[in-house]
Design a protein around this ligand. Structure first.
Ligand SMILES: *[C@@H]1O[C@H](CO)[C@@H](O)[C@H](O)[C@H]1NC(C)=O
Ligand SMILES: *[C@@H]1O[C@H](CO)[C@@H](O)[C@H](O)[C@H]1NC(C)=O
Ligand SMILES: *[C@@H]1O[C@H](CO)[C@@H](O)[C@H](O)[C@H]1NC(C)=O
Ligand SMILES: *[C@@H]1O[C@H](CO)[C@@H](O)[C@H](O)[C@H]1NC(C)=O
Ligand SMILES: [Zn+2]
Length: 295
């Protein structure tokens, strides 16, 4: 029956079929973040959505926000694979890397990290902002409650199933580890491409120089559809500083997406805007106490 076949393959109907992942994007009017509440209606228009603007003056001090323990963040063979998802660069991590402390209810396995950035200097790139300041890039390390053994389908059904660590990235400083990581971009030019990462760089290397005892905390969501409200957010005050010495020839711009070669790699990148989140003002943000340095 030809009509039946045509119905099955009609693109409009395909988007309506629930077994397909929702088609979302950052840059096209037809599927950008203003449309996400219709793409994933259940959560994207919810009441604890991320990202938010962090108003530092209204953050409440919370002595329970102790330092984290970062298990195997110094392991130089834990970065396994780098993938061009078509929307970001995602690095998957080996097993045995986890975080605990920081007022988390239990240990959380670190599963992957990815980046958010804009298209060059004209579009900013971090998802969270602090006192209205948007940083040029943001790194997200995604962690899942150890109880769920890496099963994120289960984790997103728990209101604290995931713990995300957000680090801003700026151009200043030196870490060569980032140069090593982004040297892989030449091998993942197309959406869906991935390559193995050779041993040599650790998570600590990528986070070098960041004071990880100072951070903001709030309960939020995934920042991409389905926007599940399952994320304990930690946003660090201190930023990662990548060297301007890494600036590619012909691209003098001081945006880390240029510096790291992400623009050259022609991966679009993107960030969810704050504008479509109606509930952010009501969010309770907590902050670590300033700790005096050890003598
Ligand atoms: C998203 O799409 C809407 C129209 O659907 C448009 O008005 C808006 O400017 C777009 N935003 C971005 C950031 O592209
Ligand atoms: C700190 O933790 C204790 C014990 O779990 C709890 O009763 C208290 O409300 C927490 N304080 C804050 C500011 O969340
Ligand atoms: C995650 O858990 C669900 C429910 O127990 C199960 O159906 C699914 O197969 C699991 N996924 C993986 C990748 O193990
Ligand atoms: C951002 O990147 C996307 C995908 O490459 C492109 O379609 C869009 O035009 C870019 N926006 C700007 C303002 O450069
Ligand atoms: Zn993210």
């Amino acid at each position: 029956d030809l009509c039946f076949l045509l119905l099955l393959i009609h693109p409009y109907l395909l988007t309506k079929l629930s077994f397909l992942p929702p088609a979302w994007c950052y840059h096209k009017p037809s599927c950008n973040d203003t449309t996400w509440p219709t793409i994933a209606a259940k959560y994207c228009s919810g009441t604890r959505q991320s990202p938010i603007n962090i108003v530092s003056a209204s953050a409440e001090l919370n002595a329970n926000l102790t330092e984290f323990t970062f298990q195997n963040y110094g392991d130089t063979s834990i970065l396994k694979k780098i993938l061009n998802t078509g929307k970001t660069v995602k690095v998957s991590l080996g097993s045995g890397v986890s975080i605990s402390g920081g007022d988390l209810s239990e240990a959380y396995d670190s599963l992957q990290f990815h980046l958010h950035w804009g298209n060059g200097s004209s579009i900013p790139g971090s998802e969270h902002t602090v006192d209205g300041k948007r940083y040029p890039m943001e790194l997200h390390i995604v962690n899942s409650k150890s109880t769920f053994n890496g099963n994120t389908t289960l984790a997103v059904k728990d209101s604290t199933g995931l713990a995300a660590l957000g680090f801003f990235i700026e151009v200043r400083g030196q870490p060569a580890s980032w140069n090593t990581l982004t040297s892989y971009l030449a091998n993942i030019r197309n959406r869906g491409d991935s390559v193995s990462i050779a041993p040599g760089i650790s998570l600590d290397d990528l986070l070098v120089g960041v004071d990880r005892s100072q951070y903001y905390r709030y309960l939020g969501s995934l920042t991409t559809p389905n926007c599940n409200e399952a994320v304990v957010w930690t946003v660090f005050k201190d930023s990662i500083k990548v060297s301007k010495d890494l600036v590619r020839p012909g691209h003098p711009e001081r945006h880390p997406a240029w510096v790291l070669g992400l623009i050259n790699a022609r991966i679009p990148g993107g960030q969810r805007s704050l504008a479509c989140i109606s509930s952010r003002i009501a969010t309770v943000i907590q902050v670590t106490l300033e700790r005096s340095k050890e003598p």
